[in-house]
Design a protein around this ligand. Structure first.
Ligand SMILES: N[C@@H](CCC(=O)N[C@@H](CS)C(=O)NCC(=O)O)C(=O)O
Ligand SMILES: [Fe+2]
Length: 357
């Protein structure tokens, strides 16, 4: 089965696409964003997928690719267009190349115009295509920098993308209004720039008069993307917590595994947010746990020291997630949720106090 996710970066309005094969658990990412790497890694892990490659549709001008960071995390191949002239890639793609992931593959179409190295990736059964910034939903990529050419883009869209089956779904590299997907048929009929019978000349005039400001990050993004997102410094500065080995979840929560908590040596506050009766009940509690039930936490958070990490626990991990968000709003930033709560702690055989079985 094909696994498919469309992900969004709100800062640059970029779509990242995850495509995976459920049989082999192999996955690829199209147009991943540097700042979203933590999120993308969390999702791949939660879906139990292995990233084998990142693909970029072009050298982006508005954001930095996450390709390099992903290769650091997964040893995944970096694939870019041969015509991108980017360094540090593992595969340089030309039209007709296939990128396999398990039982599926994407085929490469060269669709220059927005930049001279733009690629569209077409799924093996022609039901989906990832067009980058060639065609956008009822729009298209600008053609006023990076060797952009309205003539080339007109040709790429009219003679390549519009030659895909009419029902083929088109997934763009960006959308600035929150639209997510379109189809070849829809864009042929309704694209205001080059749908219907609009001539190449009308299109060129339209593009010439777009008058868009340059992307704000163009001066950092283009050179970084020509290096496939390799940072200048040897170490990437992050604000990731360093007080314990934590795992970032796709839900956006830092979690601590029971085994890591058991072995944690530094100072921490273990906060149990269940009710008093549960705290004294048959499931028991973890040694040194301090009780503040969730419904009292807002009023009693001053009993905690914000300078010392707080680990939150409840029965299954749900209430403690709520508690975590509440403390975060109050300015606590060294904070983690015990994954799976007391139930998992016990299931994995770790010791409890006061339990009845
Ligand atoms: N305002 C955005 C830039 C938006 C932009 O120029 N997007 C490019 C894609 S990289 C484009 O082709 N836009 C076409 C359009 O908005 O019609 C920023 O500062 O990052
Ligand atoms: Fe672009």
């Amino acid at each position: 089965m094909l696994i498919f996710r469309q992900l969004f970066d709100p800062q640059s309005s970029t779509y990242t696409y995850l495509l995976g094969d459920s049989v082999s658990a192999k996955a690829i990412l199209i147009d991943c964003v540097f700042e979203q790497s933590k999120r993308d890694i969390a999702l791949l892990k939660e879906l139990e997928l292995t990233l084998i490659a990142t693909l970029d549709t072009h050298v982006h001008a508005d954001h930095i690719t996450g390709a390099w960071l992903m290769r650091e995390a997964w040893s995944s191949d970096i694939a870019v267009a041969k015509t991108s002239h980017a360094s540090n890639a593992d595969r340089y793609l030309v039209e007709g190349d296939q990128m396999a992931f398990g039982q599926h593959y994407l085929e490469v179409l060269a669709t220059p115009g927005h930049t001279d190295g733009c690629l569209t990736f077409v799924l093996d059964d022609l039901t989906m295509a990832f067009t980058g910034d060639a065609i956008l939903i009822r729009g298209c990529g600008r053609t006023d920098f990076q060797q952009g050419s309205s003539k080339n883009l007109f040709n790429s869209i009219r003679n390549k993308i519009f030659n895909l089956p009419e029902q083929c779904l088109l997934y763009p590299g960006h959308d600035y209004r929150g639209l997510t997907v379109t189809s070849v048929r829809e864009e042929k009929l309704f694209n205001p720039r080059l749908g219907g019978n609009i001539s190449e000349n009308d299109y060129a005039v339209y593009m010439h008069n777009l008058d868009l400001p340059h992307p704000k990050k163009i001066n950092q993004a283009v050179p970084a993307n020509l290096m496939c997102g390799k940072p200048d410094t040897a170490r990437v500065e992050t604000d990731d917590p360093n007080w314990a080995m934590l795992r970032f979840s796709f839900a956006g929560i830092w979690e601590i595994e029971p085994r890591v908590l058991e072995e944690l040596t530094g100072a921490y506050q273990l906060l149990d947010v269940r009710s008093q009766s549960e705290f004294n009940g048959p499931l028991g509690r973890i040694r040194n746990a301090q009780l503040i039930p969730l419904d009292q936490l807002a009023a009693r958070s001053n009993e905690l020291d914000p300078g010392i990490p707080v680990i939150l626990v409840c029965r299954s991990g749900a209430r403690s997630t709520q508690a975590l968000l509440l403390l975060q709003r109050q300015g606590f930033n060294k904070i983690a949720n015990l994954a799976g709560g007391m139930l998992r702690w016990r299931a994995e055989g770790f010791q409890t106090e006061n339990s009845e079985y």
